[in-house]
Design a protein around this ligand. Structure first.
Ligand SMILES: NC(=O)c1ccc[n+]([C@@H]2O[C@H](COP(=O)([O-])OP(=O)(O)OC[C@H]3O[C@@H](n4cnc5c(N)ncnc54)[C@H](OP(=O)(O)O)[C@@H]3O)[C@@H](O)[C@H]2O)c1
Length: 349
C-alpha cells in the first residue's frame, strides 16, 4: 500500500471493534495504533483481539500519550464515551499531536448548543494545530439530522420536520441494549435513568440543534422529554437476552425544537425488542411536502461503522476546526481505495 491513511483507534468496545473490522476491509487505509483503558486488552494484537486468526502487528495499549509519541497517524477514531466532557482529554491529546478526529461521541455531533464554550475551545485548538474534528455516527450523525437536512434541499419552504426511528433493539450490540434498559423492571428503569446509571438514547438535542442551524432557524428552546419505558406484553427472546412480560423491552424518547411557541422539529426515537415494523421516516411540512420512509430501517451498528469510515476522506480533505455533518460535503460511500477520495493533502510519513 503506498502512503495509506494511518488510523489510531481509541476505544475497543463493541463499536470500536466493528469499526476496526470495517477499516481492515478497506484498501488504502491502515490501523497503526490502538488504545483502550481496559487493562485486559493491553498487550494483545488487534488481529488477535478481533479474532481474525492472524496478527496485524498492532498491539493494544492503555497508555495514550506513549502511543501517540510512538506512532504517526492522520486520523483518530474515538469510540469511547457519549458525553463531551468525558472525551475532551482524548480530543485534546490527539489534536495537540496533529491528528484529526472522527468520534462516535453523541454530544460531539453538534456540541454548540449544550457546550458552546467547550465547542469553541475545541474549534480553536483544532485550527491552531491544523486538524479537523467531527462527531458522527448513524444517530446522531445521519438518520435524524444529516438526512432530513439534505431532504430540505428540495424544499422552497419548510414549516416543520418530524423524524421517527422505529427500531428493533434486539439486533443491536449488548451495551446498547443495556443503556436503553432492556430487561429492567419499569421502576428500575426510571430509577436508573434518574440516577444517570443508564443514559437512554443520547443525541436528539444535538440532532435538533444541527437541523435548526442548517435551516437558519433560531429556536425558542429544545425540549427533551424523559425517556418512557416500553413494557413487554409477552416474552421476547433476543439473541442476547430474554425479556419477560412486564419487563422493559426498550424505550421511547422524544424531543421538540420549539419556534414561535410551536414544535417545528419533532424527533421520535423508539427502540425496543420485538418492534413489529422497523423503519426510519422523515416528514417535511412545507413546499413541497416530502415524506421519505426507509422500510426496514438502517441497522444502527452497521450504519455507524459505515458513516464513520465513509467520512474519513471528507474529514481529511476538510479545512481545520470542529466541523459537524452539516458543514462537510455530502456523505457518500467509500467503495474504492481510500486514496481515490483524497485531495492533494500531504499525509504523515
Ligand atoms: N453516534 C452514533 O450513532 C453512535 C453509534 C454507536 C455508538 N455510539 C457511541 O459510541 C461509544 C462507543 O460505543 P460502545 O458500545 O463500543 O461503548 P462501550 O461498550 O462503553 O465501549 C467503549 C470502550 O471504550 C473504553 N474507553 C472508555 N474511555 C476510554 C478512554 N478515555 N480511552 C480509551 N478507551 C476508553 C471503554 O472501557 P471501559 O469499558 O473500561 O469503560 C470500552 O472498552 C458510546 O458512547 C456509544 O453511545 C454512538
Amino acid at each position: 500500500m503506498e502512503n495509506p491513511v494511518k488510523v489510531v483507534l481509541f476505544g475497543l468496545g463493541p463499536m470500536g471493534k466493528l469499526i476496526a473490522k470495517g477499516i481492515l476491509e478497506k484498501k488504502g487505509i491502515q490501523i497503526v495504533g490502538a488504545m483502550d483503558i481496559a487493562k485486559e486488552l493491553s498487550g494483545k494484537d488487534v488481529g488477535q483481539f478481533l479474532e481474525l486468526g492472524k496478527n496485524i502487528g498492532v498491539t493494544v495499549t492503555d497508555n495514550a500519550e506513549e502511543l501517540l509519541s510512538n506512532v504517526k497517524a492522520d486520523i483518530a477514531i474515538v469510540a469511547t464515551r457519549s458525553y463531551l466532557k468525558d472525551i475532551y482529554p482524548t480530543i485534546s491529546l490527539c489534536v495537540k499531536n496533529g491528528i484529526s478526529i472522527i468520534s462516535t461521541c453523541e454530544e460531539l455531533s453538534y456540541p454548540y448548543y449544550k457546550h458552546p464554550k467547550l465547542a469553541v475551545e475545541i474549534d480553536e485548538l483544532a485550527k491552531k494545530h491544523k486538524v479537523t474534528v467531527l462527531g458522527t455516527g448513524i444517530n446522531p450523525g445521519y438518520l435524524m439530522d444529516t438526512l432530513p437536512i439534505t431532504l430540505t434541499g428540495a424544499c422552497q419552504r419548510v414549516d416543520n420536520i418530524k423524524v421517527t426511528r422505529m427500531m428493533d433493539s434486539s439486533k443491536r450490540r449488548i451495551p446498547y441494549q443495556k443503556k436503553i434498559g432492556t430487561g429492567l423492571s419499569p421502576e428500575e428503569f426510571r430509577k436508573m435513568i434518574n440516577e444517570k446509571k443508564i443514559t437512554g438514547h443520547v443525541g436528539l438535542v444535538e440532532s435538533i440543534a444541527m437541523i435548526a442551524a442548517a435551516l437558519g432557524w433560531k429556536l425558542d428552546e429544545i425540549k427533551e422529554f424523559a425517556p418512557e419505558p416500553v413494557i413487554a406484553d409477552r416474552e421476547i427472546v433476543t439473541p442476547f437476552i430474554t425479556v419477560k412480560p412486564g419487563q422493559v423491552a426498550g424505550l421511547k424518547s422524544v424531543a421538540h425544537g420549539i419556534r414561535g411557541g410551536k414544535p417545528v422539529i419533532v424527533l421520535e426515537f423508539v427502540s425496543h425488542a420485538g418492534v413489529e415494523e422497523e423503519y426510519d421516516a422523515i416528514l417535511i411540512g412545507g413546499v413541497p411536502k416530502i415524506y421519505e420512509k426507509i422500510a426496514g430501517g438502517v441497522h444502527g451498528d452497521i450504519g455507524t461503522v459505515a458513516v464513520v469510515v465513509n467520512m474519513i476522506p471528507k474529514v481529511l480533505n476538510a479545512p481545520p476546526g470542529l466541523l459537524t455533518m452539516k458543514d462537510l460535503p455530502l456523505p457518500s460511500a467509500v467503495t474504492e481505495d481510500m486514496q481515490t477520495y483524497l485531495s492533494s493533502k500531504v499525509f504523515s510519513a
